[in-house]
Design a protein around this ligand. Structure first.
Ligand SMILES: Nc1ncnc2c1ncn2[C@@H]1O[C@H](COP(=O)(O)OP(=O)(O)OP(=O)(O)O)[C@@H](O)[C@H]1O
Length: 378
């Protein structure tokens, strides 16, 4: 079990720098997810931690020990790949045993570890099979088993579920989370799937173009994204972004005009009179829009999806900007109808021209009612 630390880590391939100086700590026993769009550098970062790629500059510390100069085998990490990387000519049992024999682990200890991993992953009945006789989900279990038997300082997962079908992916997701609870190991998990990140992580690191955009607890990033990129990347359907202008700074927040001056909306963010007149972007998540006939966002409904538990409404303001609303329950509104939306001030994000979020007036717990939560329900 170990804490990991990256200090000013950079990576270049020939003349091209792809990781631009990352400082990051991964707490002992945490489940940290690196997430970001394709090519942002997630795998490269993970591979530098594993030692499969050299750092161009900077330091990697594992459990307080500098190890960026060490071979992968000396770092005490176990990596699970998307491709499983099982040896095809060996049985499952031999695949599990292989790394341990190489490390000269005593025979009885090897048996104990394989039995334990087989029990955790429920693959005891597969031990004599060859990889070609396994399903995708079973192969991935064996790949994870091979990591478990190493009893590593940390587990590194590189998009391990990408090759599985949707249903199995959901199942394996919760199994890996359960595995983390049971083993209490440090785990780092790379994915481009923001739902995987939201559901699995206790800490998400959002990467873009080789830099960390934001790191924190999933709900913190969802409720208080630091910038427009993080706001748009996490959450489905995606946050709505609308051009707006600051009309007034009030003690309750900023009052903004939207839809080319046809509506006004209050955002519980801090700002002063000096901002009046400034162009900004407001962000409102589809699930935070409230359908109300006299709402300040008046649009024409262009399409809808009645899903039963929720209704997704696609509409357009007069300015042409699109708004997606996700409303609970069934809202059987005719396409072409005029609908109005409002949003509680605590759910309205405001981004400056530099893309950074203006500071909120309250913590997300206050705005989302999470502080009261269960206590009042009990
Ligand atoms: N061996 C290499 N040589 C040159 N460039 C590379 C090499 N490996 C990765 N890159 C580049 O480094 C950048 C980061 O790649 P990386 O594979 O880490 O991204 P990623 O976020 O894991 O993407 P994906 O989700 O598509 O796997 C990309 O621009 C990629 O083209």
């Amino acid at each position: 079990m170990a804490r990991l630390e990256l200090k000013a880590v950079r990576k270049s391939y020939q003349a091209v720098e792809v990781i631009h100086g990352i400082d990051l700590s991964v707490e002992d026993q945490s489940f940290t997810v690196f997430v970001g769009p394709s090519g942002c550098g997630k795998s490269t970062l993970l591979r530098m931690i594993a030692g499969l790629e050299e750092v161009t500059s900077g330091e990697v510390h594992i459990g307080g020990r500098r190890c960026d100069h060490l071979l992968p085998s000396a770092r005490g990490m176990a990596m699970v790949f998307q491709s499983y990387a099982l040896y095809p000519h060996m049985s499952v049992y031999e695949n599990l045993r292989f790394g341990l024999v190489n490390q000269k682990t005593p025979k009885a200890e090897i048996e104990r570890r394989i039995n334990e991993a087989a029990e955790i992953l429920q693959i005891g009945h597969l031990l004599q099979r060859k990889p070609s006789q396994l399903s995708g989900g079973q192969s991935q279990r064996v790949a994870i088993g091979r990591a478990i038997v190493k009893e590593p300082e940390a587990f590194l997962f590189d998009e391990p579920l990408s090759n599985l079908d949707a249903e199995l992916r959901v199942k394996m997701r919760s199994e890996i989370v359960a595995l983390h609870r049971r083993l209490k190991s440090t785990m780092i998990y790379v994915t481009h799937d923001q739902v995987e990140a939201m559901t699995m992580a206790d800490r998400i690191v959002v990467l873009r173009d080789g830099v960390v955009e934001q790191a924190g607890a999933p709900i913190e990033l969802y409720a208080r994204p630091k910038n427009r990129f993080v706001a748009g990347f996490l959450g489905a359907p995606q946050m709505n972004f609308l051009a707006a202008r600051i009309e007034a700074a009030t003690p309750d927040g900023l009052r903004l005009t939207v839809d080319e001056g046809r509506g006004t909306i209050l955002a519980a963010v801090a700002g002063n009179a000096g901002l009046v007149g400034k162009p900004v972007t407001i962000g409102i998540r589809p699930e935070h829009l409230v359908h109300t006939d006299d709402g300040p966002l008046r649009c024409r409904l262009s399409a809808r999806e009645l899903l039963g538990a929720e209704t997704i409404l696609f509409s357009q303001l007069q300015s042409g900007e699109r708004i997606t609303a996700s409303l609970r329950g069934i809202h059987d509104i005719a396409e072409g109808a005029i609908v109005g939306y409002a949003a509680p001030p605590g759910y309205v994000h405001v981004f400056g021209e530099d893309g950074l979020a203006l500071p909120p007036l309250r913590s997300w717990r206050e705005d989302y009612g999470a502080a009261k939560g269960r206590a009042s329900a009990a």
